[in-house]
Design a protein around this ligand. Structure first.
Ligand SMILES: Nc1ncnc2c1ncn2[C@@H]1O[C@H](COP(=O)(O)OP(=O)(O)O)[C@@H](O)[C@H]1O
Ligand SMILES: [Mg+2]
Length: 296
């Protein structure tokens, strides 16, 4: 067996800020970063090697894999990519995050009902394929709702609607194109939410995200502000990451009128904004965790 001195990063863009940070952290620890994209993977069944990327036998030469965002792709590609990660994990590769965690987090409905099952406070939400039922939900949820794509990130495609006529037109248009309608009560939050960053069993950093509008994604222009999480916030973040099986997680939390409400858990979070308000070296923490898990 060759020495496993490579740590793989599956990333669309090795030069992106987060992937570059990971590579530096890997080199610092005496390992070799090996970046590749999903379309570069070749997997064999019935003969060897089972996984090959640019001539590298992943199972022989790579100690562990870090998965950055899977990216936009067809349904067939998405399923194949998840199959690849599952097969790698089944063959003993350390994959962070584990594919079953990625699957749960990437699907907002799946993650939400798993959290609800464990008693985590989440926004009241209705999911349906039917535009008329969606309109009833609009009234049930107080005529001020947020409509989200089931699979989405960075605040893209999310709209807030308080006019029933607009709501119905949106529901009809979405259902006409066979999209699932995910409708959530709007929780007043003063244009600020909380992002905590979990690695392993620890909240390593947290921030407020403050915006001039109700959407508080950094990608939508929100500004990061330092936050020292209290015990309740830490416990909640660790709990939700654990429920979804996420070893590295970016948890979105609103401070609603009745306390903390968990919006979603990101299984492939970025940390550029967060890094600007914390001294903790986030990429180092991730890489240390991955190496210690692979070596244990
Ligand atoms: N139910 C809600 N009530 C109030 N604001 C919301 C609600 N849902 C989402 N938002 C706002 O929109 C942002 C993006 O929503 P989120 O569910 O985290 O999706 P994304 O995956 O696009 O980040 C949140 O950070 C928050 O500012
Ligand atoms: Mg979010």
């Amino acid at each position: 067996m060759k020495e496993q001195n490579k740590i793989g990063i599956i990333t669309r863009n090795p030069a992106s800020w987060c992937s570059s940070q990971l590579q530096l952290a890997i080199i610092k620890r005496g390992y070799e970063p090996f970046c590749f994209r999903f379309p570069e993977i070749k997997t064999r069944v019935g003969f060897l090697p089972k996984f090959e990327v640019r001539g590298v036998d992943l199972l022989e030469e790579v100690l562990a894999l870090i998965v950055r965002p899977i990216g936009r792709c067809s349904l067939e590609e998405a399923i194949f990519r998840m199959d690849v990660l599952h097969r790698l994990a089944r063959l003993g590769m350390i994959v962070i995050n584990h594919p079953s965690a990625i699957e749960k987090c990437i699907d907002k409905f799946y993650a939400l009902f798993l959290l609800e099952e464990k008693g985590v406070p989440v926004p009241r939400t209705v999911v349906t394929e039917n535009a008329d039922e969606a309109l009833k939900a609009f009234y049930e949820l107080g005529q001020d709702v947020v409509i989200k794509p089931l699979f989405g990130s960075r605040g893209m495609g999310i709209t807030r609607v308080s006019d029933p006529e607009v709501a119905l037109r949106i529901f009809r248009a979405l259902s006409f194109t066979h999209q699932v309608l995910y409708i959530q009560e709007f929780i007043p939050h003063g244009n600020r939410d909380i992002r905590t960053f979990v690695v392993g069993n620890e909240v390593i950093a947290a921030m407020y995200r403050e915006s001039s509008g109700w959407k508080t994604n950094i990608a939508q222009g929100a500004r990061p502000k330092p936050l020292r999480p209290d015990e309740e916030l830490e416990e909640l973040s660790i709990k939700v990451a654990e429920i979804l099986g996420c070893e590295v997680a970016g948890v979105d939390i609103l401070e609603g009128p009745e306390g903390y409400v968990v919006l979603e858990v990101n299984s492939q979070p970025g940390w550029r904004g967060l890094q600007s308000v914390t001294k903790v070296r986030i990429a180092d923490k991730i890489v240390e965790y991955v190496i210690s898990k692979a070596r244990s």
